[in-house]
Design a protein around this ligand. Structure first.
Ligand code: FEO
Length: 395
């Protein structure tokens, strides 16, 4: 890839990972990018780096613009290894005058790279550095999504370099929001929020309020993954306002796993009940045929989360346990739910599913429905009623 000038003398110098498909358990079907940015002024500053295996891509990008050894400062907005993995080699090459990081970033860098001899400069929210014609102001964004996370803001350019926030896992040859399909862009951004930031929604809400209160003028948002918001940064800010409040649509998702299709028949009957009560957006997701991260993307704006499982060895089906463990960690809020499942003799699955829903603070619409072996027309009516009850609980 070529460096791309995003503002006068500020360049994207990142790497595109076209074939990344798994990001520690998050399925990314179209790869990702690791964005790094170079600012040339009286001082030259590199913001973030890339995954270790893309070190040469970054160096190649830098060499097209300048001798990397002439870079003065490295700003580490985030220490997670997709942005810092090549730091030891980069520090060796660049010999920076300063490595600028947040207080928590300093701790994390020491714990990751064990190099107390590096020239750290620790900055806090409100601190800034003068780099010539421009300044770089720092804003700590703890738990967005690591304790060390930080934004870099260049007021003269109204440019926010936002680390992981506002990103998307999407490998493209284009660099800007206005160069790609808007629907696909927002779908990738929603998936990213649902799988990485959802549990930190209270922090997102506070940060957005602070940005507004401080009157930060933002003309461009340059995240560390995916496309740069050039034409419409307000679109992603508005989306985050919506997602962080966990405002749900009148939409229900039914997540299930089935052994011999009995629980699947029940899932369809529950869906019918929801539709009969006017819930038009109903999605059935088989837990073994849909990745947990795609399921979470559907959970993001769903009001109802309904679970179905056959009883297997006195428990729930393992794929459903995987999804629920993942979902609980991401802390969805403002949902209603219910459970159902078929069984052969003991039938504990619904009890377990109810427990999982309650643990997540999901409001229960009834005790659920259990059906022994294969449902018939009469017993499926109980599932239709369950769907109706959930629809009424959705309000
Ligand atoms: Fe893209 Fe939290 O690293």
């Amino acid at each position: 890839m070529q460096p791309v000038e995003i503002k006068p003398d500020i360049f994207w110098v990142g790497a595109v990972d076209w074939n990344k498909r798994d990001f520690h358990g998050y399925s990314i079907n179209k790869g990702t990018t690791y964005n790094a940015y170079l600012l040339r002024d009286d001082k030259t500053v590199l913001f973030d780096t890339v995954l270790q295996e893309f070190k040469n891509d970054l160096i190649h990008q830098l060499r097209q613009l300048m001798d990397p050894e002439k870079i003065d400062y490295l700003v580490i907005n985030h220490v997670e290894l997709d942005h810092s993995g090549c730091l030891p080699e980069l520090v060796e090459l660049i010999k920076p005058e300063k490595i600028i990081c947040s207080p928590m970033g300093h701790k994390a860098l020491l714990e990751h790279f064990h190099r107390p001899d590096w020239p750290y400069e620790v900055v806090k929210t409100g601190d800034s550095i003068d780099v010539g014609k421009r300044t770089v102001r720092f804003i700590e964004t703890r738990m967005l999504h690591w304790p060390d996370s930080m934004f870099s803001y260049i007021p003269e350019e109204k440019l926010l370099i936002s680390s992981d926030a506002f990103g998307q896992h999407w490998a493209t040859s284009q660099r800007f929001d206005d160069q790609v399909d808007q629907g696909e862009l927002m779908a990738h951004a929603a998936k990213y929020y649902a799988n990485i930031l959802l549990l930190f929604s209270p922090n997102v809400e506070k940060l957005l309020a602070r940005v507004q209160a401080d009157g930060l003028e933002i003309e461009m948002i340059a995240p560390d993954h995916g496309l740069i918001w050039r034409r419409n940064p307000a679109a992603i800010l508005e989306a985050y306002q919506h997602w962080c409040r966990q405002e749900a649509a009148r939409k229900a998702i039914i997540i299930y796993d089935t052994m011999w299709h009995s629980t699947e028949k029940m899932a369809r009957a529950v869906a019918r009940g929801l539709q009969e009560e006017g819930v038009n957006a109903v999605t059935l997701l088989h837990a073994r045929r849909n990745h947990r991260s795609d399921i979470m993307t559907e959970v993001l704006d769903a009001k109802a989360v309904i679970l179905g499982s056959a009883t297997l060895n006195n428990n729930i089906m393992p794929a459903l346990a995987d999804v629920l463990t993942y979902m609980k960690g991401l802390r969805p809020k403002n949902k209603v739910g219910a459970a159902f499942g078929s069984y052969g003799w003991s039938g504990e699955a619904v009890k377990h599913l109810n427990g999982r829903l309650e643990e997540m603070g999901i409001a229960m619409a009834g005790e659920g429905v259990r059906i022994k072996n294969v449902p018939n027309h009469e017993s499926l009516a109980e599932c239709v009623d369950l769907g109706r009850a959930v629809a009424r609980a959705m309000g």
